[in-house]
Design a protein around this ligand. Structure first.
Ligand SMILES: *Cc1c(COP(=O)(O)O)cnc(C)c1O
Length: 452
């Protein structure tokens, strides 16, 4: 028992516990919403391809006293005092990132992969410089020069598409590069279910005198586990998000391989020095020390055997999901998958992406609508659905359960009565039956924070 006025030596744990006591006592509204969110995650079947479950230790590392440290700059070269422990933590995160990806340089400060991409582009491309990247509708990302992004307004962007079979056509990409003469080529996607041949991209970049940026935001876990060919020594620069397949905090990484000392566009400054400056002071001010601590934790987990086994299950599950959806009559783009992602043509099933997404959500199944190549529908509606198996695998489900999930999806989608592009009806009895089955499946495969 503490005497009044007695002080305790604070620990990370006691601070977190005190914080939760105060939050639930003084702010019951917020506390209730946070608890409701934990229950919601526990009881829903999430197949959102960009999402994954951060282990409890990652969540904890992200909410510590480190947030009280303000320190612009890098370890050993800060613009504020008092960063002695933060220096150690950032160095740990950098070393772990280098180890996990066999990289020669890592920058762990980007607040997101979007800011990492924009920082890299700003470092390599003058305003009006030429960029070549995958078209947004064909699976590219906004920051790859999409019209709605600053990357699409500051640069002269050419876009490559996927071929008729939905896969990257490297011959056509080379032709596009020879025609456009880009300064930077981006290889990487938000909605692409097949291997990306970074070596082929590098050949094209070398032939046309471009820098190659590989964006592995979606597949970083597979790359870390050796289940997707690594771009680290192929691309000049690699970026990723940390909260997607790496199951870390919100944030991004910039990684360099063999070319880290090679000079950038000015012919003088090395790429790694360019990246240091591009993130700070080029694009960001203070780093987020808590999120860097959480990145360090997630990267330690990503080098474990357990993580590798989970990533293997991610791919097995995605292939099982693709196979089962096809067997149920759905059009799976590219006929299958090599990674965690399965793209389905919703229009071919007489639906739109939005109505499928909403009907599934009503039943506790989370899958996001997505544009697919040649999609005539606007991004708010879309003709496609994007499935991912990160979370199913993290919950411990294998191909057998994933086929059950595909059956539940079919139960919902085949029960939709279409009333317009965005209007539909779903039979209430069917909805309740699916909800019950989702709930019992979720109970059998609890989340990491329910098992800790
Ligand atoms: C999600 C994504 C990003 C953006 O990542 P954020 O960390 O959410 O900003 C960038 N590139 C690709 C390919 C992505 O899929």
């Amino acid at each position: 028992m503490l005497e009044a006025g007695q002080t305790v030596i604070p620990t990370t744990r006691s601070i977190a516990e005190t914080g939760w006591q105060v939050l639930t006592r003084d702010d019951p509204d917020l506390g209730a919403l946070l608890d409701a969110e934990a229950r919601y995650q526990s009881g829903s079947l999430s197949m959102v391809a960009s999402a994954s479950l951060a282990p409890p230790s990652v969540l904890c590392a992200n909410g510590t006293v480190l947030s009280n440290v303000t320190a612009e700059g890098y370890p050993g070269a800060r613009y504020h005092p008092g960063a002695v422990h933060f220096d150690g933590i950032e160095t740990l995160a950098v070393e772990r990132a280098k180890q996990v990806f066999a990289a020669r340089y890592a920058n762990v400060q980007p607040h997101s992969c979007s800011s990492a991409n924009l920082a890299v582009l700003a470092a390599l491309l003058p305003r009006g410089g030429r960029l070549l990247a995958l078209d947004l509708d064909a699976g590219g990302h906004l920051t790859h020069g999409a019209r709605a992004s600053v990357s699409g307004t500051y640069y002269d962007v050419a876009r490559y598409q996927v071929g008729p079979d939905g896969t990257l056509d490297y011959g056509a990409i080379r032709d596009r590069a020879l025609e456009h003469r880009p300064d930077v080529i981006i290889a990487g996607a938000s909605a692409y279910p097949r291997y990306i041949d970074f070596g082929r991209f590098r050949d094209i970049a070398d032939e046309t005198g471009a820098f190659l940026l590989a964006d592995i935001s979606h597949i970083a876990g597979l790359v870390a586990a050796g289940l997707h060919p690594s771009p680290i020594d192929r691309a000049h620069i690699t970026t990723t998000s940390t909260y997607k397949q790496l199951a870390g905090p919100r944030g991004g990484l910039i990684l360099l391989g063999e070319d880290y000392c090679r000079t950038g566009p000015d012919g003088r400054t090395s790429l790694w020095q360019l990246m240091q400056r591009a993130v700070f002071p080029g694009f960001q001010g203070t780093p987020d020390p808590s999120s860097i601590a959480a990145k360090a934790r997630a990267l330690a987990i990503a080098s474990s055997g357990d993580f590798h086994a989970t990533m293997k299950r991610v791919v097995d599950n995605a292939q099982a999901l693709a196979g089962e959806l096809q067997a149920l009559g759905y059009t799976v783009l590219t006929g299958g998958t090599d990674n965690h992602m399965v793209l389905v043509d919703a229009q071919a099933a007489g639906l739109t992406g939005i109505m499928a997404e909403q009907a599934l959500e009503e039943c506790g199944i989370l899958v996001n609508r997505n544009k697919i190549p040649g999609d005539p529908l606007p991004p708010t509606v879309t003709g496609g659905l994007r499935f991912g198996t990160n979370i199913l695998a993290q919950r411990g489900m294998g191909p057998f359960e994933v086929r059950t999930c595909a059956g539940l999806v079919h139960e919902v989608l085949s029960g939709i009565r279409v009333l317009g592009a965005t209007h539909y009806e779903l039979d209430g009895a069917r909805r309740d039956a699916v909800r019950d089955r989702v709930a019992s499946l979720c109970l059998r495969f609890p989340l990491p924070f329910e098992r800790a």
